[in-house]
Design a protein around this ligand. Structure first.
Ligand code: ZN
Length: 148
């Protein structure tokens, strides 16, 4: 963590604390521009929204993908009160954000709040390769035609 990250990371923890006061789960995040300007803040609203995906990191990744061009997104930093979960990590990768600075690691959260993790859903595959590749192949042909 860089020296200049500390105050923005403290702000993410403040957002988490405020979320608890408002009846939500204790997780907060913000997205900052290269110069440290806060672009957007969010907290966990899973209970309020009855939405299992309403994690602040995912909301900010979605916001960045909708509102920032790729070059601008790559210069942002997300500050978050806890290490992003696997769902949010996937969204962060898709969003193209520059970096993430977190306070609590997932292992630390698990010690502080036992049961805060999730069970792993068994996945079975790959299957039906010849059938499943048809829409992929079709999409590749469409992209190739667009490129000329
Ligand atoms: Zn998450």
């Amino acid at each position: 963590m860089r020296t200049e990250d500390e105050s923005l990371l403290r702000r993410a923890v403040e957002i988490a604390a405020a979320a608890v006061e408002g009846g939500d789960a204790p997780y907060g995040s913000l997205l900052a521009a290269e110069d440290g300007t806060i672009l957007v803040e969010a907290h966990n609203t899973v209970r309020r929204d009855d939405d299992i995906t309403a994690h602040p990191e995912l909301k900010l990744a979605r916001w960045a993908a909708q509102h920032l061009d790729a070059a601008t997104a790559a210069r942002t930093t997300m500050y978050t009160s806890c290490q992003p979960c696997e769902m949010c990590t996937g969204a962060l990768a898709r969003s193209g954000l520059g970096r993430v600075v977190y306070a609590l690691a997932s292992a630390q959260l698990a010690e502080l709040a036992p049961g805060s993790g999730w069970p792993v859903v068994p996945q079975e595959g790959p299957n039906l390769f010849d059938e499943a590749r048809v829409p992929i192949d079709h999409h590749q042909r469409v992209l190739a035609e667009r490129r000329g």
